[in-house]
Ligand binder design. Structure first.
Ligand code: BG6
Length: 425
């Protein structure tokens, strides 16, 4: 056998008729012609439905590989499943894969191809736990089951959309992992982008998981290349004190990035994705800010705009900021809220943990809330050029104080994008 390393051929179902009549004779002929290693054949017995046999098999293969001093990673295992179809077809195998799914487009595609050789797409469950959050799952219902939103959800009415993730703690204990990836790979390219898809996608033709995922892919494919001037990176002071973080780390722990969706519904509407570690609060929310009322007879523009906020956590809530008459004798306006706070409205209902829900989906075989291969690819396509520029040191994070709002430049970018800060709620 020309390749280096050790080859093991594992025939499962070795006591069966096929093995006796065909598989072993064929292997024997190959052996006689010098195509197979010169010695060693082992028999390990066990039953298909008990773990012990497979554990023994694993031990046996590993022993064989070690005795052959095979180079690390060079062992080759060929599994020949000479099993009755009832044993293969009767059950199913699914795999759940956690991020990081690579670190850029190239590595992610390589990983996908490798996994793809072993499993078909319907068997692969790529987890993004934000898709298991109650209010993220609610987005489809909200958008497509409410007449209120249908005519408003577009560039004619919406000025800008913010999707924000903030944490009030740093990378404590995870500096080693985090420094390799940074906030864009850790949060924005996956969690926030998935949320963006659900906010921006067109109505799927049905609720079938594939139809929903088709629409998400289309949104991702419509995102224009990110402009450097629409990115602010930050790194909190003290991040490099972590012994697992290199002294000169260029890894952002904060980023604000504006994405622009080039389609009929969203052209001209900035989608502002913002995420940061070690900030002043812990919160994840979506803020949809509407345009000013034309011909504003109340001159209430300064008091704020209509805004629809979906708070994913903590304390799930949805609220609409709107103008009302200030109660009292004067005819003046004030900003108020229509508030649907889940804790109040659904007292006694326990909201399941994201992972709980997603694991149940994997058992049920529902892939709706998992990331399909083409979605992943499109997501990496959006961020890879920016990530490479950061990795090469061409873009640097701005230092910010731990416990602050992040770099002031991010607020300036927001303002430039058209966001109008309102106060109060
Ligand atoms: C993980 C990130 O995917 O999400 C972490 O790797 C982050 O850095 C976490 O803290 C946040 O999840 P949640 O559900 O607490 O918002």
């Amino acid at each position: 056998v020309p390749e280096i390393g050790c080859l093991s051929i594992i025939v499962l179902g070795a006591s069966g008729d096929l093995a006796k009549k065909k598989t072993f004779p064929a292997l024997f002929h190959l052996y006689c012609q010098g195509f197979l290693p010169p010695n060693e054949i082992k028999y390990v017995s066990g039953s298909y439905d008990a773990a012990e046999g497979f554990q023994m098999l694993d031990k046996e293969i590993s022993k064989h590989e070690t005795s052959k001093n095979s180079l690390e990673g060079s062992s080759r295992r060929l599994f020949y499943l000479a099993l009755p179809p009832s044993l293969i077809l009767g059950g199913w195998t699914r795999i759940v894969v956690e991020k990081p799914f690579g670190r850029d487009l190239g590595s992610a595609e390589e990983l996908s191809s490798q996994i793809g050789e072993l499993f078909d797409e319907p068997q692969i469950y790529r987890i993004d736990h934000y898709l298991g959050k109650e209010l993220v799952q609610n987005l489809l219902v909200l958008r497509f089951a409410n007449r209120f939103f249908l005519p408003l959800w577009n560039r004619d009415n919406i000025d800008n959309v913010q999707i924000v993730f903030r944490e009030d703690f740093g990378t404590e204990g995870r500096g080693g992992y985090f420094d390799e990836y940074g906030i864009i790979r850790d949060i924005i390219q996956n969690h926030l982008l998935q949320v963006l898809c659900l906010v921006a996608m067109e109505k799927p033709v049905s609720l079938k998981p594939e139809r929903i995922r088709d629409e998400k892919v289309k949104v991702l494919q419509s995102v224009l290349p990110i402009k450097d001037e629409e990115v602010v990176l930050g790194q909190y002071e003290g991040y490099r004190d972590d012994p697992t973080v290199p002294d000169h780390s260029n890894t952002p722990t904060f980023a604000t990035v504006i994405l622009r969706i080039h389609n009929e519904r969203w052209e001209g509407v900035p989608f502002i994705l913002k995420a940061g570690k070690a900030l002043n609060s812990r919160k994840a929310e979506i803020r949809v800010q509407f345009k000013d009322v034309p011909g504003d007879i109340f001159k209430c523009k300064k008091q704020g705009r209509n805004e629809f906020v979906i708070r994913l956590q903590p304390s799930e809530a949805m609220y609409m900021k709107l103008m009302v008459k200030q109660p009292g004798l004067e005819m003046s306006t004030v900003q108020s809220e229509l508030d649907l706070s889940y804790r109040q409205r659904y007292q006694g209902v326990t909201i399941p943990e994201a992972y709980e829900r997603l694991i149940l989906d994997t058992i049920r075989g529902d892939q709706q809330h998992f990331v399909r291969r083409d979605e992943l690819k499109a997501a990496w396509e959006i961020f890879t050029p920016l990530l490479h520029r950061i990795d090469n040191g061409e873009m640097k994070p701005i230092p910010y104080q731990a416990g602050s709002r992040g770099p002031a430049e991010a607020d300036e970018l927001l303002e430039k994008a058209g966001y109008v800060q309102t106060h109060g709620y």
